[in-house]
Design a protein around this ligand. Structure first.
Ligand SMILES: [Zn+2]
Length: 242
């Protein structure tokens, strides 16, 4: 595990035992209001490297949310089950990941999410309503699309921290994420971090998690009762900290 020590004089806490102390558990109260909660999200999986991501998350007792593609779930059913066994949240990211096909009509978008939802349930027995649409909701997901997904019970999640892990090399995405988290945190805003289920991201995830741990951030998974964060606030959507 690489360590993340920007300040070599900073005290280093032992990381071997990630059990939270009772006092930490007793005071979760509203760390969300102070921006000390982050949501880690991984799109486009599962893949052959998801298990590495899960191992790293587990080392840090971190929780995440995986927005998965339907064909990938079929390819790696054991991994989908492992994600759930490890206590992470699962949601759907559609079937084709092709903007022309997914956004062809309200019906095509809805059908992709329902297909993915059914496959998830078939593999794991878990019914999820959490979705993230391919490339995020803007600009393709117009109001009528939102209404259709909403009326079918789906909870749409965008992000407010883009790791750019698909374009940055090595561990550069970590620096980018840290910079954005610090900015949002200073404004009291909870970070929802977009990452991808891929090797480069997995290889450097421990650096990000070390930073979060050493700076008092708590990772949370998205649950069905969390108010969704959307890029654009139409009348039904809410930012986490308006
Ligand atoms: Zn994607």
């Amino acid at each position: 595990m690489k360590s993340f020590n920007k300040d070599p004089t900073a005290p280093i806490e032992p990381k071997e035992n990630n059990e939270k102390t009772a006092s930490e558990n007793d005071q979760p109260v509203n760390s969300q209001a102070t921006g000390k909660v982050v949501y880690l999200t991984f799109d486009d999986g599962p893949t052959s490297v998801t298990k590495n991501i899960l191992d790293t998350l587990s080392q840090f007792n971190a929780k995440a949310t995986f927005f998965m593609l339907e064909p990938a779930m079929r390819d790696f059913p054991d991994v989908v089950n492992k994600i759930i066994e490890d206590g992470h949240a699962v949601g759907m990211h559609g079937v084709t990941h092709d903007k022309n096909q997914f956004y062809d009509s309200e019906q095509s978008a809805l059908e992709e999410m329902i297909t993915a939802q059914e496959t998830l349930q078939e593999i794991t027995g878990v019914h999820s309503n959490l979705i993230r649409t391919p490339y995020g909701s803007i600009p393709y997901l117009t109001e009528t699309y939102r209404e259709v997904l909403d009326s079918n019970g789906f909870h749409l999640w965008d992000w407010n921290v883009d790791s750019s892990d698909w374009s940055l090399s090595d561990d550069q995405y970590v620096d980018s994420v840290v910079e954005q988290i610090e900015y949002l945190s200073s404004a009291g805003v909870t970070s929802i971090i977009l990452m991808h289920d891929q090797a480069e991201t997995a290889n450097h995830l421990s650096i990000l998690l070390t930073y979060l741990s050493e700076n008092g951030f708590q990772t949370k998974k998205i649950d069905e009762n969390t108010k969704p964060y959307n890029f654009n606030c139409y009348d039904r959507c809410h930012s986490l900290n308006p």
